[in-house]
Design a protein around this ligand. Sequence first.
Ligand SMILES: Cc1ncc(COP(=O)(O)O)c(C=O)c1O
Length: 388
Amino acid sequence: MSRFFDLVSKPARDMGTTNAPSTTLAAIERRSQLIKLDSNENPFGPSARAVEAMRSALSAANSYPDDGCGELRRKLATHHEVRPEQVLVGAGSTELISLLCQTLLARGLNAVTSERSFIIYSMAVRAARGQLIETPMRDDSFDLEAILSAIDAKTRIVFLANPNNPTGTMLEATVVERFLAQIPGHVVVVLDEAYYEFALRFAALRGVTYSNSLEYVRQEASVVVLRTFSKAHGLAGLRVGYGLGPAELLGYCARMRNTFSVSSVGQAAALAALDDDNHIQRVVENNVLQSRVLSQGLSGLGYRAVPTSANFVFCDLGEDAAAHADRLQNEGVAVRPLGPWGAPNCIRVTIGTAEQNQAFLQAAQRVVARGFGTGTQMSGLAREDREY
Ligand SMILES: Cc1ncc(COP(=O)(O)O)c(C=O)c1O
């Protein structure tokens, strides 16, 4: 075996390499030429106000950032009508997921979620030496009965991604309410609302209630709500997210944080982006409109597209999705094949701008016109260059 295999910890040995970054400059260059519909990013970028705030913050980049993210924390608390102690800011909501696992889990303890959900849950749980129990899905969504049955005395966390990534399905507020009422006291439920702004709009159009999650935070229930600036606000590259939950629990999580994990530029951008309603509205309206274009286009090609409540569409191709994604990549469009999520025939396509979606649908038509199963070789980006 290799030189360090026996030296590193078991979680490090057992961890897969699914989050391996694109390392070569050539790979980065090739990726930059693709229409990127593989990572649920915001196709409009950050708002002008956020860009302006980042510019101003750059000249003070010689100073360390405010470790407690005080101003942002206070603004988030006011925005969500909770106390500042009920807010913890991190380097993306993925940092909050890791912190919750490091704080609540240990060897012998477990977290429960559904199969085919956000891939970081499994990585964070394993890094904290815990076990992740994944229950089967029902109708491309979480089976909450199965999750309740899987909870045992060793369970400390339940992860509900709402909407779920990669299926895009939403759990309505009443369903979550009934679920929470049955959760035992030793379990913290993480309501991961990374796609909150998109889901809120879809729910309004469908005449349903998406989420009452902040009510649970205000009641200091055993619930942590996760939100992020990576999606509707278009700041994925800056890494700013936050958790809203019981002050005591977040206090323990804060002790586990990496010092200065949120940069000063990121904090400045988030402060400016939080209430830039015009930008968010533009992003969300495009998403609603283009979700229809994308879903109808995919259905027109004979695929099963699951109705989405987020900024991406989960689509069953009925054939090897990795090969299909390779062909699309050769046509200049990157989408996410979902083999690592146990859905080898499915892809996830980010909802882009009208132009990006047309380019994707045209590329998909060209691939279909050439027929499936031809085993096209990738000419551009190697599979291992793909990031998660
Ligand atoms: C369900 C879910 N939660 C959290 C995140 C992570 O977001 P962040 O960029 O804030 O770490 C994502 C990102 O794709 C996601 O899909």
